[in-house]
Design a binder for this molecule. Structure first.
Ligand code: FES
Ligand SMILES: [Fe+2]
Length: 459
């Protein structure tokens, strides 16, 4: 074939915008940079975050990075958890090579011994006066940390601002087994966080594009609604499944606490009243380009079925696939890691085109920015424990009601009304303790079901 026979007219000159499409280079610094002294870093340093699984703390210290800081985490032989700056204040040897003592940690280089709060307990080989002077003057940087239900939580902010530890209702549901797990993402924390307020991605990434990664019913988008209430955000899908309506809420409590409905327990075919989240999870920045989700997978009647409580179960619940997979399999069956890491280590928001289905993402980023600026201006950010009583209510989960279709038209407005009613029913029970909350919410849901969709049309 000669060059003259190539039909270049086929290439429409008004299309093909590769050369002319300008891409911005800079990420949104205010939301994405989380190191010490950055606006988002300061904001995140006003909250407790999980930083490890309890079972990772054995007899040796663990080198880690949290919020862009090089740290060492350990459990002393007395059972207390320490989270300290990685380098010894004497001459900067790494404490990851130190030893866990009955009380605190000892540096490998010259044996200086520090308590979990960073106090210098001993500096061997120094004359007594020098030793006393050193003990008064030298402190290893340390952060408060403790283990709770198999997760290690820490606070990396100013001590005068240390908030109460927020206990959400999901931490203590009696009929659930909580299994701690972690999920690494090689990208900025916000890319991981965005997905929780993006209910439409489940229907594509996890169903129509990849293989069916959760239950079959996710393939249909359904009616989507978005809720914002103080620090609480929810994105809901309300789907028609035969005579049933399946309502699912994914939620975020600022800055990084997330819950979703069940991954495998709900597909809309079986009635379910006030089902709870498959995972209770935090999206924790390790640094600007690496993120770790720390979580409990929730198994039981109102979570995911106990048969998924296997070594891979939490990975499947987290993203529909196991984490470590060959490249070809990741291409054929992409999951959250492929979608979020594929954007690059820090995606550039200026190159996005947000659509109506991104409403949750837009709302969340706006509020996040407001809170970050509030802290930058010297104020304290909002804390869940100040706006609600403990245990703090959460809303992530699934409810399936038998509510046959009324009429033949488009029912999306009715499904949206139903979604709002279901959220209001839960909001109204906020102040109650379990099990009163469960009793009231389930009763109201059943009543709504009995009255049928038609009644919502008349409201
Ligand atoms: S560097 Fe740690 S004791 Fe000397
Ligand atoms: Fe996902």
């Amino acid at each position: 074939m000669s060059t003259s026979s190539l039909e270049l007219e086929a290439f429409d000159r008004s299309g093909y915008a590769g050369y002319d499409t300008q891409l911005a280079a800079d990420p949104d610094e205010e939301l994405t940079r989380i190191g010490p002294g950055t606006p988002a870093g300061e904001y995140l340093r006003r909250y407790w975050h999980p930083v490890a699984l309890g079972r990772e703390l054995g007899e040796r210290p663990v080198a880690t990075r949290i919020l862009g800081e090089d740290l060492v985490l350990f459990r002393d032989r007395g059972g207390r958890v320490g989270l300290v700056h990685r380098r010894c204040p004497h001459r900067r040897a790494s404490l990851e090579f130190g030893t866990c003592e009955e009380r605190g940690i000892r540096c490998c280089y010259h044996g200086w011994h520090f308590d979990v709060d960073g106090a210098l307990l001993d500096a061997p080989g120094q004359p007594p006066e020098a030793k006393a002077r050193l003990e008064a003057r030298v402190r290893l940087g340390a952060y408060p940390a403790f283990e709770y239900q198999g997760l290690v939580f820490a606070y990396l902010g100013p001590m005068r601002e240390m908030p109460r530890f927020p206990v959400y209702d999901a931490f203590e549901l009696p009929d659930m087994e909580r299994v701690p797990y972690k999920a690494p993402f090689r990208c900025n924390w916000l890319q991981v966080l965005d997905a929780i307020v993006d209910p439409i991605h489940t229907s594509f990434l996890h169903s129509n594009i990849s293989r069916v990664q959760f239950s079959v019913g996710f393939g249909e988008v359904g009616q989507m609604d978005y809720f914002e209430r103080g620090m609480w955000f929810a994105g809901t899908n309300t789907r028609r499944v035969g005579d049933n309506v399946w309502f699912r809420a994914n939620e975020l409590v600022l800055p990084n606490f997330t819950q979703a409905g069940a991954a495998f327990a709900a597909d809309g075919t079986k009635q379910r009243y006030y089902g709870r989240s498959a995972f209770t999870r935090w999206v924790v920045p390790l640094d600007d380009e690496d993120t770790m989700c720390y979580a409990w997978a929730n198994f039981g009647e109102r979570g995911d079925p106990p048969e998924y409580n296997t070594p891979e179960g939490p990975e499947l619940i987290e993203q529909g696939e196991i984490f470590d997979r060959p490249y070809e399999e990741r291409q054929r069956f992409p999951a959250d890691a492929e979608a979020t890491e594929g954007m690059g280590r820090i995606t550039v928001h200026a190159n996005e085109h947000l659509a109506p289905s991104d409403k949750g993402v837009a709302l969340m980023r706006r509020r996040l920015r407001e809170e970050i600026r509030r802290v930058a201006a010297g104020a304290s950010p909002m804390h869940a424990t100040e706006t609600q009583s403990s245990p703090l209510p959460t809303y992530g989960g699934d409810t399936v009601l038998t509510m046959p279709r009324v009429g033949n038209g488009d029912e999306s407005a009715l499904l949206s009304r139903l979604a709002h009613r279901l959220m209001e029913i839960q909001y109204a029970a906020d102040r109650l303790e379990e099990p009163e909350r469960v009793a009231l919410v389930s009763r109201e849901m059943r009543e709504l079901e009995k009255r049928g969709l038609g009644a919502l049309a008349e409201d």
